[in-house]
Design a protein around this ligand. Structure first.
Ligand code: PMP
Length: 356
């Protein structure tokens, strides 16, 4: 080994869900939205001026922050945008978690959190969710260097009521508390309503799920001016032009169409609730997901066997070979037709996959 090899930063990367190619695939493994983005986005895309590609984009992405500010009733300097919420969250870890104290997040949650913590050498502890996969805010009443809460949580889909989120923020006013609301538009109340009262609260959301724009990579954070300024300073110390020209234009368009947004979300919620019924009928247990995915476990058939049988059929769902998760599958909500194909296959195959 050469000396320089010793100096390489060693990390165990996050593993994203598979992106299988080809048309004959039912893809329910990365919580994408099965419906297209708002019609205004497609129109703006057709009308986009490629001559603008010669120029650097607006580093402050102000068209997009303005659209978000109008939509959420906040001043523009309380909004930060990034390349998907992964970029925003990574930047927030780098910006806010700089003490020697461990940050806290649940043992079962978005599996990117420990990856950023390791990358940025942030110590962390992971209080266990209870047997029903719920967060107990009391576990977060101890010294810490910050808190991260995905709400609703992933991959469980469970939502922690807003009064409990507030309890966590109130108890931890010496730390920054990040609430990752990637799925909040599908159920529950956003902690955005608390940011006027708590300067230490950062709420992060994404265009990848409820706005059908995972491929565009747009995420944003809302918080006090102090938090947003700190994020901007770190961003401008790393890469001034995170948001490209198309993302800014098309993101702003997506935010304007509230009617389409509400319709799409309502369709997904309806399909999800029907999914809970269908999975339960087939002998699965199913958490009360408030997201665009279901978290299910069959009482007889092992999750890995179901996952593999579905994959053979070119139906992709997510399986996590991790402690406490290995009996479960996470199934993103597709169109009603896609879900029906999934149910029909499972109804036929489950008897063959079940252990006696
Ligand atoms: N937070 C959670 C809880 C997620 O499940 C995801 C999606 N993988 C993200 C953040 C990141 O999503 P994106 O970068 O597409 O905004």
């Amino acid at each position: 080994m050469k000396m320089w090899e010793d100096y390489i930063r060693k990390v165990v990367p996050y593993v994203p869900g598979e992106q299988p190619q080809g048309d004959l695939v039912i893809k329910l493994n990365t919580n994408e939205n099965p419906y297209p983005p708002a019609p205004g986005v497609l129109k703006a895309l057709r009308e986009m001026d490629p001559d603008q590609f010669r120029r650097y984009p607006d580093p402050s992405a102000s068209l997009l922050t303005k659209a978000l500010a109008d939509r959420y009733g906040l001043p523009q300097d309380q909004i930060f945008v990034g390349v998907g919420s992964d970029d925003v969250l990574g930047m927030a870890f780098l910006t806010f978690f700089n003490s020697q104290k461990p940050i806290l997040f649940p043992d079962i949650t978005y599996s990117f959190y420990p990856v950023w913590a390791d990358l940025f050498k942030i110590p962390y502890e992971t209080p266990a969710l209870d047997h029903g996969f719920c967060v107990d805010p009391k576990d977060y009443r101890r010294e810490n260097g910050g808190i991260v809460l995905a709400n609703p949580n992933a991959p469980t889909g469970i939502y922690l009521p807003i009064d409990k989120v507030e309890d966590m923020v109130r108890w931890n006013q010496d730390s920054v508390v990040i609430v990752d609301e990637a799925y909040i538009d599908f159920g529950g109340q956003s902690a955005r309503s608390l940011i006027d009262r708590y300067e230490n609260l950062l709420v992060v959301q994404t265009f990848s799920k409820s706005r059908s724009m995972a491929g565009m990579r747009i995420g944003f954070a809302m918080g006090s001016q102090k938090l947003i300024k700190a994020l901007q300073d770190v961003k401008y110390s790393y890469n001034s032009y995170t948001m490209d020209y198309p993302s800014v234009i098309l993101g702003a368009e997506a935010v304007k169409d509230e009617t389409y947004f509400c319709q799409t979300v309502a369709k997904i919620v309806k399909t999800r609730e029907e999914g809970k019924r269908r999975f339960t009928e087939m002998g699965f247990s199913c958490t009360d997901s408030q997201t665009n995915f279901l978290f299910v476990s069959h009482k007889k058939a092992p999750a890995r066997a179901i996952f593999e049988a579905l994959r053979q059929e070119r139906i992709y769902v997510r399986y996590f070979a991790a402690p406490r998760l290995e009996d479960h599958l996470r199934v993103s909500i597709g169109t009603d037709e896609e879900m029906e194909t999934l149910y029909r296959f499972l109804e036929k195959e489950l008897p063959n996959l079940s252990l006696r």
